[in-house]
Ligand binder design. Structure first.
Ligand SMILES: *[C@@H]1O[C@H](CO)[C@@H](O)[C@H](O)[C@H]1NC(C)=O
Ligand SMILES: *[C@@H]1O[C@H](CO)[C@@H](O)[C@H](O)[C@H]1NC(C)=O
Ligand SMILES: *[C@@H]1O[C@H](CO)[C@@H](O)[C@H](O)[C@H]1NC(C)=O
Length: 220
């Protein structure tokens, strides 16, 4: 009896202290400029120690569509990027070639987009961190599978998540948002129903989110 109570209490405490998105951008501990995108090998874990990473002055050409060579980091399948600040002087942020883990990564001024995901299936987790200043997209979901965004902060943005409307190959895509705080944006999540992008099996959860709902746009 007593044991059961203790366990219930523990669950309650864990639930109460579960973190929410942090809304203050961290202070960088230093700057690192890469000449070429830094590639993280399959399953590699890279800890940036809260340094700011970029590609040098003039690297951001606003909404000119770049490629993965314009990224700051390219993550191969299973790689983890953590404790990183992506500075304003870059174009394509982070590219995941497969499923990846993005932990406590902050985009100070999103250029073309912040994070591009190409996994065909599987799950990519974005936990903690935040992004601001995205004229258009923050997370560009080009592949398939599931993206789980937890305790993420997004400010001054076009779309937090966009399912690729014009990718040559289309996949079912699932998005789950937990504890996301979104401020001053257009569309929280933009799907495209005509490409079998779905919101099935309650894969999408809007928790602690301002007021923007899943969109259903057919292009871009
Ligand atoms: C580090 O990068 C930031 C953002 O681009 C810049 O404002 C700052 O001047 C840089 N610091 C140094 C020491 O280069
Ligand atoms: C999204 O649009 C498609 C057609 O493009 C339509 O079939 C579907 O019902 C729409 N879904 C929602 C949730 O509005
Ligand atoms: C998507 O799923 C969520 C959670 O089940 C629900 O609140 C929301 O209304 C759904 N949106 C659409 C467009 O179906």
């Amino acid at each position: 009896m007593f044991g059961t109570c203790t366990i219930l209490l523990l669950f309650f405490l864990i639930d109460t202290i579960s973190t929410a998105a942090v809304t203050t951008f961290p202070r960088a501990t230093g700057n690192v400029t890469y000449t070429n995108a830094r590639v993280l090998a399959q399953n590699e874990i890279f800890d940036g120690a809260m340094r700011r990473f970029d590609r040098g002055r003039g690297a951001c050409k606003q909404q000119v569509e770049g490629g993965k060579a314009d990224a700051v980091f390219i993550l191969e399948n299973g790689a983890t990027l953590r404790n990183v600040i992506i500075g304003p002087d870059q174009a394509e942020g982070v590219h995941c070639q497969g499923s990846c883990n993005i932990i406590n990564v902050w985009w100070e001024d999103v250029c073309e987009d912040a994070l591009t995901i190409r996994q065909i299936s599987g799950t990519t987790r974005i936990t903690g961190g935040g992004a601001k200043g995205a004229q258009d997209k923050v997370i560009q979901h080009n592949g398939g599978g599931t993206i789980i965004v937890t305790d993420f902060y997004v400010q001054d943005f076009g779309k937090l998540w966009r399912s690729c409307g014009n990718c040559g190959t289309q996949y079912p895509r699932h998005l789950q948002l937990n504890g996301v705080i979104a401020k001053n944006g257009k569309v929280l999540a933009g799907g495209n129903g005509n490409y079998n992008v779905d919101n099935q099996s309650k894969a999408i959860q809007l928790t602690g989110v301002a007021s923007m709902l899943l969109g259903n746009q057919s292009s871009s």
